[in-house]
Design a protein around this ligand. Sequence first.
Ligand SMILES: [Zn+2]
Length: 189
Amino acid sequence: MSKRPLREAVGAALNATSLAPDNTRETPIDRVAALSRASRLGSALWRLKYGDDVTLLTTAAELLANKARTDSRVRELTPYTRVGRRPELLLLICQYLIGEWLQDNCNTCGGRGRTGLGRGGIRGIGKLCLSCKGSGKRRINGAERGRALGVTGAAYWKTWHPCFEAIWTLILEADTGAASRLRAALRRE
Ligand SMILES: [Zn+2]
């Protein structure tokens, strides 16, 4: 029996009305229980993105900011010295990046990686999307990121980009870390 993809299955489980256990198969209650094996940040991010629990945005941003404060890869970056002295600025960057992560599909192709398709088109047909070069992921918009900080796009690329990327990496690590802990807990391959 094929199983729903992990993130989708956990998202549905978080909103399931029935949490009845069943020893013979993986049920929503198993998935919700398995989520407790993830880190606090990983769990908050999953509930936020895959379970659509928007009330967790602030919590997730605070957990991410805490992680960034203690992560040596972030701390050794020059802009971090400025951010480190201004906790509200670090929190703002974390909130902003989580917002990007929640909506990470390419604006042009909607995440399909191809263009020239109507809604509901099949992936793999149409022309390669030039915006994302087929990855389906949104390209970094330095001007937009700069605006969130109150600086120009040029200043973003010159000074802030490494700091954003290091924090972005923490989000991806928390996401994949949660996936591997859940796979182990649910005995999925
Ligand atoms: Zn695209």
